[in-house]
Design a protein around this ligand. Structure first.
Ligand code: NAD
Length: 278
């Protein structure tokens, strides 16, 4: 009997870098996995990899910002795999319109001819996009899939927070605020669902090199950008994380070994959040 045999796991953003690795890992533990993504073909590719290795998985197109789309996905999952035991809310990300060009604002920026986005230029639409994708895009799947978890045991929700939820990262106020909201919501929902046996926790990944942030952290030749360098200097373990670094904590939070753990956000960050920089 595998550790999570016959559990049904739903992973939003499962076509992406971090969540595809999490989906594959849950499948090795015996979960039947539904990979939800806006990008159906990426979701299907991940499902195919799992199926080729002997696991059970389906790729499902779904938009975490659209309730009807999630209800439709749930119907398909219930019919093909059964009712949901584990929900991983992985869909999320930043947007350039919620990002300032520079770390610090200086008066000279007002007169500068350089192309730049200062705090005063930030586009509310960009900010809204980031808050909606990360926060509403976590809340709605909880509303839909937690319905399956009522009257069952061993059900769990895993949200994906970030380093910037503890202390905001420079330049990305929207993403920082939205991920802080995820950590806060993780505590709120853990308390709210505590009497019906659904545990709610979050992972806070440190810095993982993915397509989304590759241009921010590395130059075209693969060397580190100044921002990439600063991150490594502030990561006591001296490296970026690999997606596989998330799977041990995920496995623990989904299994019975963490049965008295709810409402926590666990940093997986090579010590970044523990280091003051001095
Ligand atoms: P990624 O871009 O590879 O994956 C995100 C996936 O979400 C994509 O496949 C995308 O198609 C999907 N998606 C986007 N909008 C969607 C929507 N409306 N509905 C359904 N699916 C949607 O990103 P990743 O780096 O693997 O990040 C996964 C999660 O981890 C995100 O929440 C991200 O914010 C968080 N995170 C990443 C890092 C990192 O260093 N990469 C660090 C901390 C937290």
């Amino acid at each position: 009997m595998k550790k999570l045999e016959n559990k049904v796991a739903v992973i939003t953003g499962g076509g992406g870098v971090l969540c595809s690795t999490m989906a594959e890992h849950l499948a090795t533990l015996g979960c039947q996995v539904a990979i939800l993504d806006l990008n159906k073909s990426n979701a299907q590719k991940v499902a195919d990899v799992i199926t080729e290795k002997g696991g059970k998985a389906i790729g499902v197109e779904a938009n975490v910002l659209n309730k009807e789309s999630l209800v439709k996905a749930k119907e398909e999952i219930n019919q093909k795999l059964g009712s949901c035991d584990i929900l991983v809310n992985g869909a999320g990300g930043n947007h350039p319109k919620g990002t300032t060009s520079k770390t610090h604002f200086e008066l000279a920026d007002l007169e500068s001819n350089e192309e730049m986005t200062t705090f005063f230029d930030l586009d509310p639409e960009g900010i809204k996009f980031v808050f909606e994708l990360n926060f509403i895009g976590t809340l709605l799947p909880c509303q839909i899939f937690a319905q399956d978890m009522l009257n069952k045991t061993g059900c769990t929700i895993i949200n994906i927070s970030s380093m910037n939820a503890f202390t905001p990262l420079t330049k990305i106020p929207a993403y920082s605020g939205a991920k802080a909201a995820i950590s806060n919501f993780t505590q709120w929902l853990a308390v709210h669902f505590s009497k019906v046996g659904i545990r709610v926790n979050a992972l806070a990944p440190g810095f993982f090199l993915t397509e989304q942030n590759r241009r921010l952290l590395t130059e075209e030749d693969g060397s580190l950008t100044p921002r990439g360098n600063t991150i490594i200097e502030h990561t006591p373990m001296g490296k970026f994380g690999e997606p596989e670094d998330l799977t041990g904590t995920l496995e623990w939070l989904c299994g019975s070994g963490s049965s008295f753990v709810t409402g926590v956000t666990i940093p997986i960050d090579g010590g970044f959040s523990a280091f003051s920089g001095v």
